[in-house]
Design a protein around this ligand. Structure first.
Ligand code: FMN
Length: 254
């Protein structure tokens, strides 16, 4: 069964080193047009996208996104903003408060934030796949959710917006193209029928039985892969900063 879309998806990998060649404007437009065709809750398109063209801003993002130098060398950097501000302004501009209880405009809440995040992430992934179809590689930068206050000022973000993800895009170098793909858990550990199933230690043994996990150099103080990941992704400074940043931002949505 030959299916080019499935092949494209199955062969994708994150790209972090790019040819120093810019992406043609007409290709960028095609990718952005495809992005805007993403499904969206209530077709509200609760996101905005900021193209970072200014090299000084890219350089600053290296530091504010947990010291990732490849951001500065990425030909195309897109920041995806979960955006309820546009709808809020629209409601405000057209006197929606007149039809509210006590004539007070209802404010966006946590649920609206989550719906906006859904829309935003779906749009970002559409960009990834559309870019891939032109041979353009990409890498998400999740650390954009850190340093909320700095990014807010950097991008002039109003209330009810949050930079939820960032993509670095460009043509991959030959070495990146040839790099091995990352591993995934087997489908049986991820896809259930009808009900959720708690994983047992036996499941974990099976999940991590691949040779790949035996060759990992654990971080200092870690005795096994669980401890290695716990230290790396759960106890680190960037995790602490992500938690602080999101907690701070959520105050606007209550
Ligand atoms: C939400 C999200 C955040 C990510 N953040 C980063 C990041 O900050 N830096 C980075 O180098 N890769 C980041 N990645 C890429 C992942 O590390 C990558 O997708 C994962 O290791 C699997 O590799 P693959 O995409 O090559 O299959 C992120 C991916 C996602 C989905």
């Amino acid at each position: 069964m030959n299916n080019q879309t499935i092949e494209l998806i199955n062969n994708r990998k994150s790209i972090r080193v790019f040819e120093q060649k810019s992406i043609e404007q007409d290709i960028k437009e095609k990718i952005l047009d495809a992005t805007l065709r993403s499904p969206s809750a209530g077709n509200m398109m609760m996101y905005s996208i900021i193209e970072v063209e200014d090299q000084d801003i890219k350089n600053k993002l290296v530091t504010t996104c947990d010291n990732q130098p490849f951001i500065a060398k990425s030909p195309w950097v897109l920041v995806y903003i979960a955006d309820y501000s546009r709808w809020f302004n629209f409601f405000e501009a057209y006197n929606c408060k007149n039809i509210s209880k006590n004539n007070e405009l209802l404010l966006p809440k946590e649920a609206d934030f989550i719906m906006a995040i859904n829309d935003t992430m779906i749009a970002a992934q559409t960009t990834v796949i559309a870019a891939e179809s032109f041979g353009i590689g990409s890498c998400y930068i999740g650390d954009i959710i850190e340093n909320f206050e700095i990014h807010k000022e950097m991008f002039n973000l109003p209330k009810y917006t949050y930079p939820i993800t960032m993509l670095c895009l460009g043509y991959p170098t030959v070495a990146q193209k040839e790099r091995k793909q990352t591993i995934r858990y087997d489908k049986k550990h991820i896809v259930f029928k009808n009900k959720y199933e708690m994983r047992t230690k036996e499941n974990f043994e099976d999940m991590y039985s691949n040779e790949h996990y035996k060759n990992i150099q654990y971080l200092k103080n870690a005795e096994n892969f669980a401890q290695h990941m716990y230290i790396k992704k759960y106890m680190s400074d960037f995790t602490e900063e992500m938690r602080r940043s999101i907690k701070e931002a959520l105050k606007d949505w209550k």
